[in-house]
Design a binder for this molecule. Structure first.
Ligand SMILES: [Zn+2]
Ligand SMILES: [Zn+2]
Length: 328
């Protein structure tokens, strides 16, 4: 049998009228078909997902967002009724529920851990979940903090798959939100098992939209999520399908910033570098916000997202990868 692996593009976090979204499941799936998603995971707050419509064009995966606004939000994917109820009064109870969901075949994601509004306040133990949502909803400062924290956890030697979830509830005015961001997953086929197992294996890269910029990392046959044997000749290649003028590609490793390049024109870009030490490598493209936009958006973040950042906004991530690992 020939297996044709490829990158599939999907939304891992979305809401419908079954919780606080404004589209019915049917309307949401139609929208996903229209924008060209390969897969869509519906994750209503504290709802069992037994209402999902079928689609010929989009793989629809059931999910639920186990939601506790005091302690944290957890996405549970792949099983319609993964737990007995949605009450979690202690971390031990959360752990019990996660174990129960896993036993039924579910996959677990730690959602928006650094969200100023409803971040993670259980112990921060990403090794207990299958992946972490480093990018939640349209880009904002909390996601930069989440990405930096995730990279610090990788520096401790943990291998943590990363996803971006649009957390779609509704479009605002003229802004389309369903595919901002999307997670691209390198899988054998577009089935629930293949997609969720590929996420768990860390084969992910996160883009700002279906058609948006994508960063890939390879090292010989290894891709994002893989562990590559480190030798004297090991190299890593990072490529961006369309790096825009004035954007900066940053390659991050255990020691910090391994490489940085600011584009002077808009075109595809790739760089190959030697890998000298064990650990992880991830990549991200960053851009500076226009000062005026930054000032206005900073106020929006404070007011709506309860951001504590009252200073200048940091450079924002435009697209980013999961991590590839190197071991001797
Ligand atoms: Zn949430
Ligand atoms: Zn959500």
């Amino acid at each position: 049998m020939i297996i044709l692996k490829k990158w599939y593009t999907g939304v891992v976090h979305s809401h419908t009228t079954h919780s606080d979204g404004n589209l019915t499941p049917t309307q949401l799936v139609k929208k996903a078909e229209k924008i060209g998603l390969d897969f869509l995971i519906i994750t209503d707050h504290n709802q069992f997902c037994d209402y999902i419509p079928k689609s010929d064009k989009v793989l629809v995966i059931p999910g639920t967002e186990l939601t506790d606004d005091t302690w944290g939000h957890t996405n549970i994917w792949g099983v319609k009724e993964p737990i007995d109820n949605f009450k979690c009064e202690s971390y031990a109870e959360w752990e019990r529920k996660i174990a129960m969901a896993r036993e039924k075949g579910a996959f677990i994601c730690m959602n928006h851990p650094m969200c100023s509004n409803c971040g993670w306040h259980w112990p921060l133990e990403p090794e207990k979940v299958d992946c972490v949502e480093v990018w939640n909803s349209p880009q904002h400062t909390d996601n930069m903090i989440a990405t930096a924290w995730w990279q610090d956890e990788l520096r401790k030697g943990k291998k943590i798959p990363a996803v971006g979830g649009s957390d779609f509830h509704m479009d605002y005015v003229v802004t389309a939100h369903l595919d901002n961001p999307v997670t691209r997953v390198y899988a054998e086929e577009c089935t629930q098992d293949a997609i969720l197992n590929a996420i768990k294996a860390g084969h992910t890269t996160i883009s700002p939209s279906v058609k948006g910029q994508t960063i890939y990392i390879t090292s010989d046959d290894g891709i994002i999520g893989d562990t590559v044997k480190l030798t004297d000749t090991t190299k890593v290649t990072v490529s961006v399908d369309c790096l825009k003028k004035n954007q900066t590609l940053k390659i991050i490793d255990n020691s910090g910033l391994k490489y940085s390049y600011k584009a002077t024109s808009t075109e595809p870009f790739a760089v190959t570098l030697p890998v000298e030490s064990e650990g992880f490598i991830s990549a991200q493209v960053e851009y500076d916000l226009h000062p005026l936009y930054s000032a206005v958006y900073g106020k929006v973040e404070q007011k709506i997202l309860h951001s504590k950042n009252t200073g200048k906004l940091p450079p924002f991530i435009y697209s980013q990868t999961g991590a590839i690992y190197f071991e001797k």
